[in-house]
Write a protein that binds this ligand. Structure first.
Ligand code: SAH
Length: 339
């Protein structure tokens, strides 16, 4: 039994079944045993890999996007902020691209809770500064990035049943962790409109919107998700261990847990700004990733196969090209590149 499961069973014995959000908070963020707190799960040999870890081209395209929005908004050496930066690879690659245009941000801030990952980020982006929450980043115009961040925040799940909305919970049945449902909940506007709701995601999206309104800047939010037209019918929580789907209730604290982001909900959190939607493949292609791949392959012919594979993995609809969505939030004006 994992230490997290022991803690969880004690908690359930005392206070009854817990919400999916409480379960995620414990598995991912427990200060001693949490999945993200103790280890670096990313990369080819880890439990899961992310776009920046697949190829330097991903961060370079994001760097190009930042350069172009920086010029479009005529920002003065803005601050770069990244939420949940993992190993710091995206920021390192984006900074290299920016510097190739002679552009240097005033400073770089990471919002990160994991000490293990902060160490990785420090190695790749020396000079970066850290905050536990976005509120800890000093005021001022900022360009804000987040890749696969929102999907790791604790989410509550509600299932619609004939008796009303019931919240999905984790309890113990026959001495095993098991899914269950709460008694029907009184209708609330939240539960009426959403099957999944993350208070943390709400708060952070509103903080980004508040910052942009008060100080200017833009945000680029990339995640595994969907638009309302393709809304999944069931709850979307999933676990990955050793690059394979796993049972989210097995070995709690030893697997990555994520859910799918509703990008129409996300955009609705930014009422006073302009939201631009794209799928990851179209976004990267629009920024010129095909040409970048060709140039890299020409410079390193022995790597041509790996570069072509990475391009395919990041952009093809069969892989990450359409499953991953991109939301750019900007002040009113022409659409930024890639949209
Ligand atoms: N963006 C990276 C890593 C994605 S994994 C990449 O694309 O490779 C999720 C990241 O979010 C990790 O760095 C994790 O430690 C961080 N994280 C998770 N919950 C967080 C929270 N509540 N506050 C800040 N960071 C968090």
């Amino acid at each position: 039994m994992t230490p997290i499961e022991r803690l969880l069973r004690d908690q359930i014995a005392l206070g009854g079944p817990v919400s999916v959000a409480e379960y995620m908070r414990l598995c991912l963020g427990h200060p001693e045993y949490g999945y993200y707190i103790r280890r670096d799960p990313l990369g080819q040999g880890g439990d899961f890999t992310t776009a920046p870890e697949i190829s330097q081209m991903f961060g370079e395209m994001v760097g190009l996007w930042l350069a172009s929005v920086w010029r479009q908004l005529d920002l003065d050496g803005p601050r770069l902020v990244e939420l949940g930066p993992g190993r710091g690879t995206l920021m390192a690659d984006a900074l290299r691209a920016l510097r190739s245009f002679g552009m240097e941000p005033s400073d770089v801030w990471f919002v990160e809770t994991s000490p293990a990952l902060r160490a990785q980020q420090h190695a790749r982006v020396p000079g970066a500064q850290w905050a536990e929450m976005l509120e800890g980043v000093p005021d001022g115009p900022a360009l804000i990035l987040a890749n696969e961040f929102f999907d790791a925040l604790p989410v509550r799940q509600y299932l619609h049943s004939p008796e009303g909305w019931r919240e999905r919970r984790v309890g113990v049945i026959d001495d095993r962790l098991a899914w269950g449902l709460s008694q029907p909940l009184p209708m609330t506007p939240e539960a009426e409109s959403w099957c999944e709701h993350s208070a943390e995601a709400d708060t952070i999206a509103r903080q980004i919107a508040g910052r942009m309104g008060a100080h200017g800047g833009a945000a680029l939010l990339i995640d595994y998700g969907y638009r309302q037209a393709d809304r999944p019918s069931g709850p979307t929580l999933q676990a990955l261990r050793n690059q394979r789907p796993a049972d989210p209730l097995e070995q709690p604290g030893e697997a990555d847990l994520t859910w799918l982001i509703d990008f129409d909900w996300l955009a609705a959190q930014f009422p006073d700004t302009q939201c631009h939607h794209a799928e990851q493949g179209a976004f990267l292609a629009g920024l010129g990733m095909g040409a970048r791949a060709a140039a890299l392959a020409k410079a390193q012919p022995d790597q041509a196969g790996a570069i072509a594979d990475a391009l395919e993995r990041l952009t093809s609809p069969a892989q990450m090209g359409t499953l991953f969505k991109v939301l750019a939030v900007t002040p009113p004006g022409p659409p930024p590149p890639g949209f």
